[in-house]
Write a protein that binds this ligand. Structure first.
Ligand code: DQA
Length: 153
């Protein structure tokens, strides 16, 4: 079997609003692992998969849009948990559509099992796919899926 072509640029991992509070935020819904724990597991997995990641968290919609725009030049793909902006942000959706690099959306919780206002994602229509409901595994499964996509592109 021939060796895998390396993924050229780091994968950008984007965490939206309130995800900096993981660990203490609604632990019954989101568990007790912190954002640093999530990022550390993704770093470990990225090394296993032979790629690199850059992580970014912001509570601000504009900052998230600006970082996504920068990914057009700097990153091969995006793994994003847009948090509450999933359900409201045309701006984040447009930023992802605009950069045109493979993007996977992930959520810790199953948004379809929760309040009705969480059932709609404005982002999924511009993502390659969505992983949800598996806690930390939603991120690691999402990273695996994204790397698979990039390998085949
Ligand atoms: C979330 C789900 C969103 O509805 C919520 O606003 C979040 C977290 C999740 O990962 O399950 O902040 O994106």
């Amino acid at each position: 079997m021939s060796a895998r072509k390396p993924i050229a640029k780091p994968i950008l991992v984007v965490h939206g609003p309130n995800l900096n509070m993981l660990g203490t935020r609604e632990p019954d819904v989101y568990g007790t692992a912190t954002l640093a724990d999530f990022d550390a597991s993704l770093e470990t997995l990225a090394a296993e998969l032979g790629c690199t990641i850059e992580t970014f968290q912001s509570n601000g919609e504009g900052e998230l849009v600006t970082r996504i725009q920068q990914a057009a030049k700097n990153n091969s793909g995006i793994l994003i948990n847009p948090g509450a902006y999933t359900h409201t942000s045309v701006a984040i959706r447009d930023a992802i559509a605009g950069v045109g690099i493979p993007t996977v959306e992930c959520h810790l919780s199953n948004i379809h099992k929760r309040e009705e206002f969480r059932h709609k994602s404005l982002v999924v229509g511009v993502a390659a796919g969505q992983v949800m409901g598996f806690g930390a595994d939603s991120y690691t499964l999402g990273l695996r899926a994204l790397v698979g996509l990039l390998d085949r592109s």
